[in-house]
Design a protein around this ligand. Structure first.
Ligand SMILES: O=C(O)C1=C[C@@H](OP(=O)(O)O)[C@@H](O)[C@H](O)C1
Ligand SMILES: C=C(OP(=O)(O)O)C(=O)O
Length: 455
């Protein structure tokens, strides 16, 4: 596959929106659910039809990897169709699996490969190659797999799967749905009960979707231990169709833009409302956002709803650390909202931001500082000074560091600020939100009209 994102840089100058943002839109499918849908469908014997799959680069990397392991994956009109011989029919890939920019793809696949009886090699782009893998290799090695990593921690990585995996009993040392999922996926082929304890709840799409594919997964809340998840292997997945809801993390960008651009009135339809993902909506409401959730329903086993957002005067907020997993990818754009709010904000317990596509704590601080915002880090907290009367914001250059969420946050800043914001590279937006600029322009953002300097 061509490494599109690394070969073409797309800088952008973003001016203040020419007027209010208005209209109705739908955001692309949920990235977490899309990865899982392709992976789990490839572990199930038979045919699975997926509606609403995110066609972003990260998810397309997962599709390529599952094809290399023996699943047939094609697009059929609006749907994606996966036909697989099932986990036992998958085979050794002929070449290195390139997971591009995607931590979710690399870490969940490590869990699957660790319990399949062959050897695989995995790599990624410069961003992914810099991210920690020990958080998955340490537990997965305990069930019998062997890993060889660069510098003991990074991709490229070789995975020698084990023939009879030992089930794990593992307490998560970091709040990570990727680590939890890797351990659970390895447990599918182990003989006996796999048990994961998570002190703080993280997104539960793996648990939900494994059940959807016919695997009994038990979840117990325990005052002392937190959430305890168990499943019994060997487990056989049954092919089941999947409907993917709109991604609440992607929705956060048009939401914050609509709140900040005066006079805006935007409706976003079909957004996933899984409680393990909606920390930003709660936080924005605490800031005074006019964000109304309507038409709540269940689609494909996940709660979804329509969001109505009207421009609002926001005030500063304090976000507790235990809320972080439910909004972990939303902090860069929340920080933009905090910079434009009245009064200061403290976002607590952000240590995991340091190991995302970039060091998002440092990169978000740099984004804000370059555009005239006063911001500092104290331990793992970020403290953002709110807007003062007459302060002119914007005019800076944002280095996006191969990080899609920084690129979109910088664009939102530019739309709501006073002076143009120069974004060094927007190409990585393709990993999670293809068509982002066009969609914002359909609301009246006017970005491509005057901002595109290179396609
Ligand atoms: O499981 C998932 O789909 C994800 C989990 C989160 O990562 P961590 O598990 O590293 O917190 C999140 O940041 C990522 O975008 C997607
Ligand atoms: C952290 C993210 O993704 P991943 O870990 O899959 O690269 C993200 O999308 O913000």
């Amino acid at each position: 596959m061509q490494r599109i994102a690394e070969t073409s840089i797309r800088p952008l100058v973003v001016n203040r929106a020419p007027g209010p943002l208005r209209g109705r839109l739908a955001v692309p499918g949920d990235k977490s659910i899309s990865h899982r849908a392709l992976m789990f469908a490839s572990l199930a014997a038979g045919t699975t039809r997926i509606r609403g799959l995110l066609e972003g680069e990260d998810v397309l990397r997962t599709a390529s990897a599952m094809r290399a392991l023996g699943a047939e994956i094609t697009r059929d009109g609006r749907d994606w169709v996966v036909t697989s011989p099932g986990a036992r029919g998958l085979h050794e890939p002929e070449d290195v699996l390139d997971m591009g920019n995607s931590g979710t793809a690399a870490r969940l696949l490590a869990g699957i490969l660790s319990s399949l009886p062959f050897t695989s090699f995995m790599t990624g782009d410069a961003s992914l190659r810099s991210r920690p893998m020990r958080r998955v290799t340490v537990p997965l090695a305990q069930n019998g797999a062997v890993f060889a990593t660069r510098s003991g921690e990074r991709l490229p990585m070789a995975v020698i799967g084990c023939v009879s995996a030992v089930p794990l009993n593992y307490r998560l040392p970091v709040a990570s749905a990727q680590v939890k999922s890797a351990v659970l996926l390895a447990g599918l082929n182990a003989h006996g009960e796999t048990r994961v304890e998570e002190p703080v709840a993280t997104r539960d799409h793996t648990e939900n979707m494994l059940r959807h594919f016919g695997v009994p997964v038990s979840v117990m809340e325990n005052a002392e231990k937190g959430r305890v998840i168990t499943l019994r292997g060997p487990a056989v997945l049954k092919a089941r169709d999947v409907v993917v809801p709109g991604d609440p993390s992607s929705a956060s960008f048009p939401i914050v833009a609509a709140l900040l651009v005066p006079g805006s009135d935007v409706m976003i339809e079909g957004v996933g409302l899984n409680a393990s993902r909606t920390g930003l909506f709660l936080t924005l409401r605490e800031m005074g956002a006019d964000l109304v959730i309507g038409n709540e329903r269940v689609e494909g086993g996940e709660p979804v709803g329509d969001l109505h957002i009207r421009a609002s005067v926001l005030k500063g907020v304090e976000v507790p650390p235990e809320r972080a997993p439910s909004m972990i990818d939303e902090y860069p754009v929340l920080a933009v909202a905090c910079a434009m709010a009245q009064g200061s904000s403290r976002l607590k317990g952000l240590e995991e931001l340091r190991v995302k596509e970039s060091d998002r704590l440092a990169a978000t601080v740099a984004l804000l500082e370059a555009n005239g915002v006063s911001v500092r880090v104290a331990g793992d907290d970020m403290i953002v000074a709110g807007r003062t009367d007459g302060q002119m914001l914007g005019g800076g250059t944002v280095e996006t560091r191969m990080d899609h969420r920084l690129a979109m946050s910088a664009i939102v800043f530019g739309l709501a600020g006073d002076r143009p914001v120069y974004v060094d590279d927007t190409a990585f937006i393709e990993t999670s939100f293809p068509g982002f600029v066009a969609l914002m322009d359909s609301l009246g953002a006017g970005i491509a009209d005057d901002g595109s300097t290179n396609g």
